[in-house]
Structures are given as structure tokens and as C-alpha cells.
Design a protein around this ligand. Structure first.
Ligand code: ZN
Length: 465
């Protein structure tokens, strides 16, 4: 059986104001209906004015997706009735979209073609209460979105997820979308068909997937469902289905509508959008994820896993490069960042790194030169991360320098051996593991500051006598 998937992704642009009015677009968490005006409420006589920043962000995304930008694009009214749509139509783009024919390169190297990218406004939000009353909040009405439509050439639910993740990475690198699926700033509808031969099967649209995991799970479910129908000799009915996170199943929602149903026509209130070469040339794209991954592999010779982790977010990748400039051991920097730094960032729930790259480099340098142990280094990183203090200062203040004075270490080792006669006997009876235990005791006695190589040598020397 052959599976074919195409995705329609809606990304909310991070503009300050809405697409056609000056209401704030940062509506998340605001009291209902506080970000509204006659334009986004669809009052008679109110006229839309296009937000230039939204066009710029959409262009950045389109160029990052390697799209062609036609000189002219137009806005159209998509007509339908729903209580969250005050005008009775949504302003979108139809036959002349902003951008066409691009592609996304997945981390696997596969290129997925993009059919089109267009600008449109978001609808409001309905809230269904337990008493059976529905409330409407228009704060989201008119917030700018781009819709990114792929060609149907994703061949598995797993690949659909990889595509979504790469899109999110690109949009976040550009800074044009927060990419938060749970908050709804990145949404995805999927078209999926399964067929026993090279012909395309019946297209099913799946909606309501609010995480990458949900995208993969919903499509996995659909592949199984459609396959079972076909194997029993039945035929799949074309429709739109909703993913139900709780049951782990998709449920029928409505017969699939066609674009004719929306009676699209050009919006008479908005002139065609003209994008000339000088506008395109003004747009400065950062290095994008695929290029960064390729460069990291070449320049730093890192394993694929490290590269994926370090390039997932732009600030992390930039921090890595800033540290490596000062301390030229890329794999070492990668290890310490992936273990310690990412843990601290996860704890503080933000990607802003308060620790200076030079401080991070200094800690690693101190470990390499034997000034502090690895155990101490972890504490120093945490302290410097939380207080902004220089590592040298922390080590000095807290007396964390590595103990490599043999006389002092020998004394501690003797004491530890005297206090642990059972472990000593075990080791002498051939239990190698007892050595690790004793070494641990010495490290504990020195608060992790003892030079571990010297401790081991001293222990062996004394145990063998
Ligand atoms: Zn408004």
C-alpha cells in the first residue's frame, strides 16, 4: 500500500499588530474582546489597511522556503458563515498567492516541494461552556497568518512529522513565528490517502492536531484505518476528520468542502500587492537550519546527534560557536553544553543564556588544565549561570580548586581505608567494584575536589600493600 500525505500549515506571524488594523496581535492570555476595533469586528464602512511588516515576514518565510515571488499577488474574500468570523468572510489569497514553487530540505536530505505560501487573517475563537452556552472572543480575529501548502509527497507519518519540525525550525530561525503548537501559533491540517497501487487514493483531511506527536499519531491512525477498509474490499469516503487526542482516533467531522464552495472573489477594498526586486533584495536571511547543519558537520566534525541538538535553536548554535572560538575543542564544548547548559535552560524555561560564552569557555579550560575536577565544574557552571559571576571568582571564593597535593590526599585515603574495612577486604578478595566505592568515598570526603587519577593511584598503592 502506498501512503501519500500533504500538509497545510498555518503559522501566526510575530507582528505587533494585526494584518489589516492597528489592534495588538499579542492576544494570548488577554481578556476576551480587548484587542478589537471596527475593522477586525467587521463593522460597516471600516476599511482594511495592509500591515507592511506582515508582508515582510511572509516574504522572509517564502524566500527561506526557496519560493518564487510573483511580482503581483492579490487578496480575496473567502466566504463562509461561522460565529467566529464577524465579516462573514476571511481575507485570504486565492488565485494569486504571495509565493509559489519552493521546497523544504529535511534533515534526511529529502526535498519536499512547497506548492504555495500565502497571507491571510485568522478568525476569532469560540469558547463552549459547560452550561451549553458558546462565547466568542475576537482578539485573534485579524491576526496575520501564513499558510504553507506542501505538494502531496510526504510518504509516511514519520516524514510528515520531520517536515513539520523542520518548518518550525526555519520559522523560528527567521524569528517570524513562535512555532508553539500548543498555543496554536503553529497549526497543521493534513491530507492523506492510501492506495494499493500507484494511483492516488481518496483524500481524507485530518484536523485538530496540536503537537508534533499528535500529527504523527493521527496520521498513523489514518493509515491503519484506510488500509483496513481497502483490505476488506471497501472504499474510503472523502471527508474531513478530527483527531481526538483522548481516544487516539480520528472522527468524521464533515464532507470535504471544495474551493468553489467559498465563492472566492477579489477583495475590492485592497489593491493588488506589488513586490518588486528591490523589496526582495532588502530582505536579509540568516543562515538557515539545513545550511547550519551542513557547516557544523564540516567545520566541527561533530556526530549527527550533537549537530541536531545544537542547531535545533539558533541561540544555542550561536552560543556554541562563541564558546568554540575561545576554547577550540568542539566535541568537549558540545558535551558540556548538551549535558549542563541545556539542563539549566530547561529548568529556567527560556532560551536566553545568562552565562557569558567566555565564562563557559573558562570552566572547560580549568577542567582541561586540572585546576578543577569535572564534578566541581558542574557546580561552577550552575553558579555562574545563576549569578553571572566569573568561574575563577567562584572557585576562589568557595575554595573549589582541585586537590592534587599528594601528602594531603594520602592522608585522606588512609582515613577512608581505615573507616571501610569491609570494602578493603572485598577488594583484596578480588572484588574490583570495591575500588570504585572507595574512590567515591574519597571524592565525598573532599567535596569532589580531589584529582581522581591521583586518588585511584594512591588507593591502588595502599590496597596492594
Ligand atoms: Zn482591529
Amino acid at each position: 500500500m502506498r501512503t501519500v500525505i500533504g500538509l497545510e500549515v498555518h503559522a501566526q506571524l510575530l507582528t505587533k499588530t494585526k494584518l489589516f488594523c492597528s489592534c495588538s496581535a499579542e492576544y494570548f492570555g488577554a481578556p476576551p474582546n480587548t484587542h478589537t476595533c471596527p475593522v477586525c469586528l467587521g463593522m460597516p464602512g471600516a476599511l482594511p489597511v495592509l500591515n507592511e511588516r506582515a508582508v515582510e515576514y511572509a516574504l522572509m518565510a517564502a524566500l527561506a522556503l526557496h519560493c518564487e515571488i510573483p511580482q503581483r499577488s492579490t487578496f480575496a474574500r473567502k466566504n463562509y458563515f461561522y460565529p467566529d468570523l464577524p465579516k462573514g468572510y476571511q481575507i485570504s489569497q486565492f488565485d494569486e498567492p504571495l509565493a509559489i514553487r519552493g521546497f523544504v530540505e529535511l534533515p534526511t536530505g529529502k526535498r519536499v516541494r512547497i506548492r504555495r505560501v500565502h497571507l491571510e487573517e485568522d478568525a476569532g475563537k469560540l469558547l463552549h461552556t459547560e452550561t451549553g452556552v458558546s462565547l466568542v472572543d475576537f482578539n485573534r480575529a485579524g491576526v496575520p497568518l501564513i499558510e504553507i501548502v506542501s505538494e502531496p509527497e510526504l510518504s509516511s507519518p514519520k516524514e510528515a512529522r520531520l517536515y513539520m519540525e523542520e518548518l518550525r525550525r526555519i520559522l523560528r530561525y527567521l524569528g517570524v513565528c513562535s512555532g508553539d503548537m500548543e498555543e496554536g501559533s503553529l497549526r497543521c491540517d493534513a491530507n492523506i490517502s492510501v492506495s494499493p497501487d500507484a494511483q492516488l487514493g481518496t483524500k481524507i483531511e485530518v484536523k485538530n492536531m496540536n503537537s508534533f506527536k499528535a500529527v504523527e499519531a493521527a496520521l498513523d491512525y489514518e493509515v491503519r484505518r484506510q488500509r483496513q477498509i481497502l483490505e476488506r474490499g471497501g472504499s474510503v469516503v472523502q471527508e474531513t476528520r478530527l483527531w481526538n487526542e483522548k481516544t487516539g482516533e480520528t472522527e468524521p467531522m464533515r464532507a470535504k468542502e471544495e474551493s468553489e464552495d467559498y465563492r472566492y472573489f477579489p477583495d475590492p477594498d485592497l489593491v493588488p500587492l506589488q513586490i518588486d526586486d528591490s523589496w526582495k533584495q532588502k530582505i536579509d536571511l540568516p543562515e538557515l537550519p539545513a545550511a547550519k547543519r551542513a557547516r557544523f558537520a564540516q567545520e566541527y566534525q561533530l556526530p549527527e546527534y550533537d549537530i541536531a541538538v545544537l542547531t535545533e535553536e539558533r541561540p544555542i548554535a550561536e552560543y556554541f560557536e562563541a564558546v568554540v572560538k575561545l576554547y577550540q575543542h568542539p566535541k568537549d564544548v558540545s558535551n558540556w553544553m548538551m549535558s549542563e547548559l541545556l539542563r539549566l535552560l530547561k529548568e529556567q524555561r527560556s532560551l536566553e543564556i545568562p552565562m557569558k560564552p567566555e565564562h563557559f569557555a573558562q570552566v572547560l579550560q580549568m577542567v582541561r588544565s586540572g585546576q578543577i575536577t569535572r564534578t566541581v565544574a558542574k557546580d561552577v557552571i550552575e553558579e555562574s549561570f545563576k549569578t553571572g559571576k566569573a568561574p575563577q571568582e567562584i572557585v576562589r571564593e568557595k575554595g573549589l580548586g582541585q586537590i592534587s597535593d599528594e601528602g594531603l590526599l594520602a592522608e585522606i585515603v588512609t582515613k577512608v581505608l581505615a573507616e571501610n574495612p569491609k570494602a578493603v577486604a572485598d577488594f583484596r578478595a578480588g572484588k574490583e567494584a570495591a575500588l570504585g566505592f572507595l574512590q567515591g568515598q574519597v571524592m565525598k570526603a573532599t567535596s569532589g575536589k580531589a584529582d581522581p587519577h591521583k586518588v585511584r593511584a594512591l588507593l591502588l598503592e595502599k590496597l596492594r600493600h
